[in-house]
Design a protein around this ligand. Structure first.
Ligand code: SAM
Length: 330
């Protein structure tokens, strides 16, 4: 079977899962190492492992995903900027992907923003759980709030647009900081993403009970202030456009818990840092080991089969109840 691979060409094969969701993006974890210790971290839903893929293996998997129409590739971790070969990985994937993006804690971003932009990185998400240095230290166990802010500014200057600031909202710590975070996003020219705390790792649960904050009231507040409301096709996340001093700022809500709409509109497949295709952030029991196949010298068709298998294992984690489903498809 010949599959077109060049940038911007319509793929001849697009994978759909059993629930009709077309796959268009791949989120690859490139390491589990991290230079922060955020107490809420879900570690991309991975089991602990020290086994990392090589840059060649990452590139091979990304290339195959692009053949299947997953041409938006996001690199995550751990902290991806701890990999010295990250610019090489970006450069290679940018050859065939439509968009290579990165999610980072921003600590090393000021140093690497230009290099990554030149390597072909299109955009970046930067975690900034608090602007307040004391709260930042409480959450991450490190004194890096200023470094992260500088990293965000460097990303904007390096045209890694849109720069998105990721803020996991935590009851009793940073909820009151949301207006300041909106001001900061506007000042630097970034989008603010307010993310609901998800308890994915067993160790998250104890913190979740204390710090989980339901974003409903925040969303109602945003609805009142917004001059317009838009939608991100991924997960149908709402985007609220506010206006301050005649200039706009966008606040996106990421609210996955008990949200069937979120899962119905999930169009991404994941890869763990140790080389397994991961159909869902919230499930650990349906991984497809692709890196072992690569290491055994599997043929392209065998690797394609692994992709198809992983896609067929996809299942929405949060589902509508039966009667709601009947209404939706009536
Ligand atoms: N180190 C990078 C960073 O900080 O962005 C990449 C890894 S981090 C796991 C990826 C994203 O997951 C970040 O935006 C972070 O805020 C978010 N995240 C981590 N733990 C979370 C949780 N328990 N619930 C919701 N989002 C979480």
């Amino acid at each position: 079977m010949t599959i077109k691979t060049k940038k911007d060409e319509t793929p001849s094969v697009t994978l759909h899962d059993k629930f009709g969701r077309a796959l268009n993006s791949l989120r690859i974890s490139v390491t589990q190492r991290c230079n922060l210790q955020c107490f809420y971290c879900h570690r991309e839903g991975e089991a602990a492992s020290k086994n990392e893929m090589t840059k060649e293996e990452i590139a091979k998997i990304a290339r195959m995903a692009c053949e299947f129409g997953m041409k938006k590739i996001k690199l995550t971790g751990g902290e991806p900027l701890l990999r010295e070969d990250l610019p090489d990985i970006v450069r290679e994937i940018a050859e065939y992907a439509n968009e290579v993006s990165l999610t980072t804690n921003g600590v090393l971003l000021e140093k690497y923003a230009q290099t990554l932009s030149k390597a072909g990185l299109k955009r970046v998400n930067v975690s900034l759980p608090s602007l307040n240095p004391e709260h930042f230290r409480r959450i991450t166990k490190k004194d890096c709030a200023q470094q992260v802010k500088d990293g965000i500014k460097a990303a904007v200057q390096s045209h890694l647009h849109p720069v998105k600031i990721n803020m996991v909202v935590l009851k009793g710590i940073n909820v009151d900081e949301i207006p300041k975070a909106i001001d900061f996003a506007q000042e630097v020219g970034a989008i603010l993403q307010l993310i609901e705390f998800e308890p994915i790792q067993p160790e998250n649960y104890v913190h979740w009970k204390t710090f989980h904050y339901d974003l409903v009231s925040t969303e109602n507040w945003l609805k009142e202030k917004a001059v317009s409301i838009q939608e991100n096709p991924l997960h149908k996340r709402r985007r609220y456009i506010l206006e301050k001093n005649s200039s706009p700022v966008c606040v996106e809500i990421v609210q996955p818990m008990h949200n069937s709409t979120f899962c119905e509109n999930c169009t991404r497949l994941r890869v763990t840092s140790n080389g397994k295709l991961k159909p869902c952030l919230l499930r650990k029991n349906n991984l497809v080991d692709i890196v072992s196949l690569i290491r055994k010298g599997a043929s392209p068709d065998e690797l394609r089969e692994a992709f198809r298998k992983a896609v067929m294992l996809r299942e929405p984690y949060w589902k509508r109840r039966n009667e709601e489903l009947q209404l939706a498809f009536a």
